[in-house]
Ligand binder design. Structure first.
Ligand code: CO
Length: 134
């Protein structure tokens, strides 16, 4: 079912400071911040040879990462995104296996304009998993 890692998302309390650390201390290529109000985050992309890291800062009152940052005030790994070829087939197979899909179970259009779903972290060893159809 799983293809390559599309991205690893890290929630950060200060995206300017995090961008500076990735750019200057780690020597990575870091994009300009993009506000994604419909997702409740501001994001920068750290481009790596084999994948990318997304740094996420809360945006707005109902940010889906606000509670995570309350529990992890320094920031931390928020989710890992795996690519799938057919997100509805993947969902149906997962649900049949007893895994829980978050929300109403229907894919949403994610930050890259492609359909995504999230899987309950308690079903996958404490890691929030995003599936993205590519
Ligand atoms: Co993501």
């Amino acid at each position: 079912m799983l293809g390559r890692i599309n991205h690893i998302a890290i929630a950060v309390p200060d995206i300017a400071a995090a961008s500076k650390a990735y750019r200057e201390t780690l020597g990575a290529a870091v994009s300009q911040p993009q506000a994604l109000p419909e997702h409740g985050v501001t994001v920068v992309f750290v481009e790596l040879p084999n994948s990318k890291v997304e740094l996420l800062e809360p945006l707005g009152e109902a940010s889906p990462i606000a509670a995570f940052l309350t529990r992890n005030s320094d920031g931390g790994m928020h989710h890992i995104c795996y690519e799938v070829a057919d997100i509805l087939a993947a969902r149906d197979q997962l649900v049949a296996s007893g895994a829980r899909v978050l929300g109403n179970g229907e894919p949403k259009i994610g930050a890259h304009g492609k359909p995504v779903l999230f899987l309950h972290p308690k079903d996958f060893f404490g890691t929030l998993i995003e599936l993205e159809q590519v």
